[in-house]
Design a protein around this ligand. Structure first.
Ligand SMILES: Cc1cc2nc3c(=O)[nH]c(=O)nc-3n(C[C@H](O)[C@H](O)[C@H](O)COP(=O)(O)OP(=O)(O)OC[C@H]3O[C@@H](n4cnc5c(N)ncnc54)[C@H](O)[C@@H]3O)c2cc1C
Length: 276
């Protein structure tokens, strides 16, 4: 019998501390994304870090508005209290990002992080501390990282798997497809620009491109409404908050139990992330 979906829990890293990484390279792999490749700096990251694949994510600490990078150094426990205890002018900006890919680089690790370059609808200006930082990042720039493990976990599940995401989930979806190594999985993925679509290893995703005037997720939800979901499907949905909740509701209405839906609101229209 298939494992109870409620058994699926996030996978936490075995050890994690706030560590420093340095920008090694930058590129623009797709129109809507800036890629920043980070490398460990020999401050202990090498000993801590264990690539878990799938949608392994981390807290990213960016320089404070003053330009300085002071970090709430120490273990994962209590990092937020340590952050709040820092003087406001030196407190780093914290955002959440996913490891698109990780590889050995000499004595350390190298990770690719793909940032959505999101713009203000009214002015067309790039908005958000992280999106702007990624566009301006240069080799040698320093950041802080704190590994958080992964959310996607279908271990032991024998039923169908459906992955649903907007563009912010794509770096993780690429890593999920690579980690699944061709195991069956259905994907419904929405992007703002046809050029943001990409090959997913061993997968045949259904892509949909948002049209002008559509809200984030509308197009993916249209496709989902036409899908026949069986109650034994494990559904994973990430992206804009309202879209994620709507997709989750569709899955529940189709008879998937709450425990069968792994979901995470990655961002919210009109609201910047906390810990700015
Ligand atoms: C576990 C997890 C993993 C994530 N992984 C990634 C990842 O790999 N790549 C990635 O790009 N994002 C990822 N995100 C989402 C990312 O953390 C948010 O988009 C974050 O708000 C971006 O910070 P910012 O400083 O650029 O914008 P903010 O200062 O947080 O927001 C400024 C404005 O931009 C809007 N905004 C924020 N994000 C987006 C967006 N993606 N599209 C359109 N408008 C937006 C907000 O509504 C707000 O109005 C992840 C989130 C989580 C929780």
């Amino acid at each position: 019998m298939a494992q109870q979906l409620s058994d699926f829990r996030p996978v936490h890293p075995r050890a994690a501390s706030v560590r420093t990484m340095v920008v090694h390279a930058t590129s623009r792999p797709y129109p809507g994304f800036a890629r920043v490749t980070l490398r460990g700096t020999g401050d202990g990251f090498e000993e801590d870090f264990e690539p878990l694949g799938f949608d392994q994510w981390f807290r990213l600490f960016l320089p404070a508005p003053s330009g300085t990078l002071d970090l709430p150094v120490g273990g994962a426990e209590g990092w937020y209290s340590r952050l709040l205890a820092m003087e406001e002018s030196h407190r780093p900006v914290v955002r959440n990002y996913t490891i698109r890919d990780a590889r050995r680089a000499g004595h350390t690790w190298e990770v690719d992080v793909d940032f959505v370059i999101h713009r203000c609808v009214a002015t067309g200006e790039v908005e958000g501390v992280a999106a702007r930082w990624a566009l301006q990042a240069r080799p040698g720039d320093r950041v802080g990282v704190l590994d958080q493990g992964r959310i996607f976990n279908t271990e032991g599940h024998t039923g169908p798997v459906l992955v649903v995401a907007d563009e912010s989930g794509l770096p993780g979806v690429e890593a999920i497809a690579r980690s699944l190594a061709g195991a069956p999985c259905d994907y419904v993925l929405e992007v703002p620009d046809a050029g943001d679509r990409r090959e997913l290893p061993g997968a045949h995703p259904t892509w949909t491109v948002r049209t002008q005037g559509q809200s984030v997720g509308d197009s993916a939800l249209e496709i989902l409404r036409l899908r026949t979901l069986t109650p034994d499907t494990c559904v994973y949905v990430v992206g804009e908050a309202a879209f994620v909740l709507a997709a989750r509701s569709l899955a529940l209405a189709a008879g998937v139990p709450k425990s069968g839906v792994q979901f995470c609101a990655y961002w919210r229209v009109g609201r910047r992330a906390k810990r700015s």
